[in-house]
Write a new protein. Structure first.
Length: 276
């Protein structure tokens, strides 16, 4: 079973030497330059698929100012980033990772209410001037992100009405996703919810293959493991997915979309309508 222990403050900050080493190992999406006695962060590829969508969609000057305040960090699977009510120290813009937002139900279980990938950010309530974290956030898909201290982001918001407007729109999208998930949890069958979750994870992982245990799926969806087993078996029998010892492969995306509840398309349409 996946361990759910708190790993707060285990995010790795990259030194200037590490930044160059990571750039050689990863697909380059940025470049660090030493200008005017400080490191400056510059995009090498403006393709939003290669960086965070929110940052990529900013005008050049706003984008550069924000990037200069960010630092690349390595996100560790199951790492706890925020706890409800705790003061935020940072905001995160995922680039090649994704983050799960959960609500504690009792001492033993949580329920996932949101998922953040490179389409969004963690810490968007800062645009309201609220520095307390509203939800438990943990890294569900390990990888890279850009991190910015709260005070620095607040200053950027004050300086850029364009950034402020974008974060307000994304906050609206997040609220829609939260409310949609609440209705989905109450009224939709486990199989349809599982199909939706797999598609959302696929979108954020940008891959048809990923590893997840039934225990963790049950934890995320707030159901018993037997319910996950039955739902995964049904999807497997229809040749929509292949599931073996925690390794999931999506075989038929269109078929999985047809099996998912309408919440998946509503979330996608809301993002497209509001953020464009």
């Amino acid at each position: 079973m996946c361990g759910l222990a708190d790993r707060r403050n285990q995010t790795h900050i990259l030194s200037s030497t590490d930044k160059r080493r990571v750039q050689r190992r990863m697909t380059p999406i940025c470049q660090w330059r030493f200008i005017s006695n400080k490191w400056s962060f510059t995009l090498l590829n403006s393709d939003s698929q290669q960086i965070n969508h929110l940052i990529a969609d900013l005008p050049v000057l706003e984008k550069q100012r924000l990037l200069n305040q960010c630092e690349p960090v390595e996100m560790i699977f199951n790492e706890t980033l925020t706890e409800p009510g705790d003061p935020l120290q940072y905001a995160w813009f995922p680039t090649h990772c994704f983050i799960s937002l959960t609500v504690p139900i009792d001492a033993q279980s949580n329920l996932e209410v949101g998922l953040i990938g490179n389409e969004g950010m963690l810490g968007n309530t800062l645009v309201l001037g609220v520095t307390a974290a509203p939800l438990h956030a943990l890294v569900q898909g390990a990888g890279q992100a850009l991190r910015i201290p709260v005070a620095n982001l607040q200053q950027q918001i004050k300086q850029s009405p364009i950034l402020e407007a974008m974060l307000k729109k994304y906050l609206y999208v997040t609220l829609v996703q939260l409310s949609q998930t609440a209705g989905c949890t109450r009224f939709h069958l486990v199989e349809a919810r599982l199909a939706r979750w797999l598609l959302m994870t696929r979108d954020r992982a940008e891959s048809n293959e990923f590893r997840i245990t039934q225990e963790f799926l049950a934890y995320m969806l707030g159901v018993r493991r037997v319910g996950i087993t039955r739902a995964a078996t049904a999807l497997h029998q229809r040749q929509l997915i292949n599931y073996h010892r925690g390794n999931i492969s999506i075989l038929d995306v269109e078929g999985l979309e047809a099996s998912a509840c309408s919440c998946y398309q509503i979330d996608k349409q809301t993002y497209k309508r509001i953020m464009q």
